[in-house]
Design a protein around this ligand. Structure first.
Ligand code: ZN
Length: 137
């Protein structure tokens, strides 16, 4: 998070963040008022502070909402059916695909609000592009 003059490098910031999550060093950005946000943000979305500090992401989050996707956009068509969820990690919420750590199939019946998950990085089975994954713990 060094180049503050490049507000348009959104994917780059996000890719760096995925790298960190993949390495087990996931983080979020915390402003001086304790608000959490995620890269590639450079300004706190709640108070406008620009001094954001990388803070280790909590090890576990809790699923808040989830959706089973049967009809996917083209980049995920070969992944269907799959489950996406929003998980509460305390200061931040993460949105990702819900997958078991061992790669076994998972569907909406296997997921519940309140389920504990870890953040990880996986790939779209369709395009090979990386995506944030929420793994039940
Ligand atoms: Zn703030």
């Amino acid at each position: 998070m060094s180049n503050i003059e490049a507000p348009d490098v959104r994917d780059e910031g996000y890719d760096d963040w995925l790298d960190a999550v993949d390495a087990g060093e996931g983080f979020y950005l915390e402003c001086e008022n304790g608000h959490g946000s995620l890269p590639p943000r450079r300004v706190c979305p709640r108070c406008g502070a620009t001094d954001l500090e990388e803070t280790p992401l909590p090890d576990a989050g809790e699923i808040e909402t989830f959706t089973e996707i049967a009809v996917a956009p083209p980049s995920f068509v070969e992944d269907t059916p799959y489950v996406t969820a929003v998980a509460d990690f305390g200061p931040v919420r993460l949105t990702g695909l819900v997958r078991r750590a061992d790669g076994a199939d998972l569907d909406g019946e296997d997921v519940a609000v309140g389920m504990a998950v870890s953040a990880a990085v996986g790939e779209s089975e369709t395009t090979g592009e990386r995506a944030l994954v929420l793994e039940p713990r």
